[in-house]
Ligand binder design. Structure first.
Ligand code: GDP
Length: 500
């Protein structure tokens, strides 16, 4: 069976395609080609791209869920910069019962579990950089957090990032506890605390002492004042939330962070949601997989099992998974390999589809330009003056950045926090983002694209510094997200056309 180009074009027009997309230069995507071929009477065989994959188990019914054991709540701390998030987290981590039992040195794995002092119930804290990480996870459809602690310094009250955090919490519909911090300071008085209450009320957060129902605890991350009460409040809220998971189900979880560690290879912190992760099991995350070699908790202790609500550092990955990727258990290494390959193939296909779109756009533009040129020549031949063209619209200028960071979580957090900076005239554009120190190639790309290197918690080598200096490529080194935002905003503002 054969069809002429005319038949193909006319069939496409009949099917509703516009004339432009029916010429021989237009590249069709698989689905459309299938539709047209089918209409022309061809038997269609498609390359199987769906293939083997893994999916989340169906949610249990209310009745089934009520029979499952409780799991620990997952808590994130948010708040304005310098209001004491890090200090409070450090205090909780160091004073935790679990920590004392293990006697280990805490390591940063993006999350840690503690036992509340009175009830002995477990609480899991995420300690990846606040807002951006929370947003990133949400964007991927995963509300990892059950409860948010909103830290507000008692002597500074509600600030811009406090308001931002409130917005995210309301949008995600997660539980909120307010921790009024720095209550050891003399500058925190009954009066300043009342101001915090009313400022929060102005942002639709009504705490218990202000006629509302949101729990509010006065704490000090420095002296430990009120931290016990805060932890028990979290336990009480989690009991109301009735958080339950099955320890015997297939393992499901999420990658919080990943990095290559010297002598260990690719490692990732996995927060288990469902099931129990054990060495020897095979898990997939995005396009990579892992036969679990060993697991360590945040006190650096080797553990053999990680049940729901537990964060663990997992080794055995073939490659680094990305933070925010869903973790699902596979039957075997062979199945995991197939799933990973299949997902890679699909990602490539998506890339190809995007490329096709770009090619078609380019061809369309070429055609328009060619027609305009022909018209111009024709008018010139007839001795007519060229048609006045409208002023071309002012284009948005782009401030390019290459982002490099120490771990996946930070790279994504940094990228997320700067991606929206700008306006119609100048806007941030992230050319690439990756884990690890910048390379000479990054400098070369930055030079060509007129971009800046934005480094978060990574140091450039001497060679890279020299090359960047020679090439006139700015290097921005930062360790605090808030400062990154400030720096990038300043840079973008400096590019705005000067009003004389
Ligand atoms: P973050 O930016 O929210 O993580 O804030 P940090 O934890 O880095 O704290 C900012 C500053 O406030 C540091 O100088 C801390 O020592 C100080 N700080 C934090 N919590 C307290 C507290 O409870 N009491 C006092 N007096 N100072 C605190």
């Amino acid at each position: 069976l054969q069809v002429s180009l005319e038949t193909l074009s006319s069939t496409m027009v009949e099917l509703g395609f516009d004339q432009e997309t029916t010429d021989h230069n237009h590249v069709l995507d698989g689905e459309t080609a299938q539709l047209i071929a089918d209409d022309l009477g061809f038997d269609v065989y498609t390359n199987e791209t769906q293939g083997v994959d893994l999916f989340l188990a169906p949610k249990p019914s209310a009745d089934e869920k009520s029979k499952l054991p409780l799991r620990p709540p997952i808590v994130t701390i948010m708040g304005h910069v310098d209001h004491g998030k890090t200090t409070l987290l450090d205090y909780i981590r160091k004073s935790s019962v679990a920590e004392k039992e293990h006697g280990g040195i805490t390591q940063h794995i993006g999350a840690f579990s503690v036992k509340a002092p009175k009830s002995g119930k477990q609480i899991t804290f995420l300690d990846t950089p606040g807002h951006a990480a929370f947003l990133k996870m949400r964007e991927r459809g995963a509300t990892v957090t059950d409860i948010v602690i909103l830290v507000v310094a008692g002597d500074d009250s509600v600030m811009p990032q406090t308001k931002e955090a409130i917005k995210h919490v309301h949008a995600a519909g997660v539980e909120l506890v307010v921790a009024i911090n720095k209550c050891d300071k003399e500058s925190v008085t009954e009066e300043t605390i009342q101001k915090v209450y009313s400022d929060l009320g102005a942002n639709e957060v009504y705490v218990e002492d202000y006629g509302g129902d949101i729990a509010c605890v006065q704490v000090s991350g420095k002296s430990g004042l009120g931290v016990d009460t805060l932890e028990e409040t979290l336990v009480a809220i989690s009991e109301v939330l009735d958080l339950r998971s099955s320890p015997t189900a297939k393992v499901e979880g999420i990658v919080l962070e990943s990095q290559v560690k010297k002598g260990v290879g690719a490692t990732a912190t996995v927060l288990v949601h469902n099931g129990t992760l054990k060495p020897g099991q095979v898990i997939c995350a995005g396009t990579v997989f892992c036969k679990v070699k060993a697991m360590k908790d945040s006190s650096n202790k080797v553990i053999k099992e990680a049940g729901p609500g537990t964060p663990v550092e997992v080794t055995g990955w073939k490659e680094l998974p990305a933070s925010g990727d869903q973790v699902l258990q596979a039957e075997s290494e062979q199945q995991a390999k197939q799933v990973a390959e299949n997902r890679q193939k699909r990602a490539q296909l998506m890339q190809q589809m995007d490329d096709i779109k770009i090619i078609n756009e380019k061809r369309k533009q070429q055609k328009i330009d060619q027609e305009a040129e022909e018209k111009r020549l024709e008018r010139a031949k007839l001795g007519l003056p060229p048609i006045e063209e409208d002023e071309p619209e002012a284009k948005c200028q782009l401030a390019h950045f290459i982002v490099r960071g120490d771990v996946h979580g930070s790279v994504e957090a940094v990228s997320e926090s700067i991606a929206d900076i700008g306006n119609d005239e100048v806007h941030v554009n992230i050319l690439s983002r990756s884990v690890g120190p910048p390379t000479a190639n990054d400098v070369e790309i930055a030079r060509t694209a007129n971009a800046s290197l934005l480094l978060f918690n990574v140091k450039p080598t001497r060679d890279v510094i020299l090359k960047a200096r020679q090439a006139g490529v700015p290097i921005i080194e930062q360790t605090i997200i808030y400062r990154v935002i400030e720096h990038v905003t300043e840079h973008v503002t400096s590019l705005l056309p000067k009003i004389i």
